[in-house]
Design a protein around this ligand. Structure first.
Ligand code: FES
Length: 113
């Protein structure tokens, strides 16, 4: 697999997240004009979709019970989640937002989905 285009750059505002339906469900977060991150969309606590949560600094908070996941390590920074989620390679350029799920940047196992 290679980088796949998931959206136009202007479809995702800074500080927001979107869902990408790739071979794994992916939550794509825009942290700055030229910076995006991608993680598995499934919360490791009870499988809630993370793209419905809130971006907080370099992390995303699950909307169901409030676990916060670091977007670089995938690790939960707060309970109730205790397992990390996969982090994937992502980039943004003039042509859009791109994610490569074959390039996992940590060693977390995908949550069940
Ligand atoms: S489902 Fe995400 S914290 Fe519970």
């Amino acid at each position: 697999m290679a980088f796949q285009r998931v959206a136009d750059a202007d479809q995702l505002k800074v500080g927001h997240a979107l869902f990408a339906d790739l071979d794994e469900p992916v939550c794509v977060v825009r942290l700055d004009v030229d910076l995006v991150k991608a993680v598995h969309d499934t919360c490791s606590h009870e499988d809630y979709p993370l793209h419905e949560g809130w971006v907080e600094g370099n992390a995303i908070e699950c909307a169901l019970h409030g676990s916060v996941f670091d977007l670089d390590s995938g690790a939960p920074e707060s309970l109730p989640a205790v397992r990390a989620i996969p982090v994937y390679a992502a980039r943004i350029d003039d042509d859009g937002i791109w994610v490569d799920t074959a390039q996992q940047l940590n060693d977390a196992r995908p949550p069940r989905h």
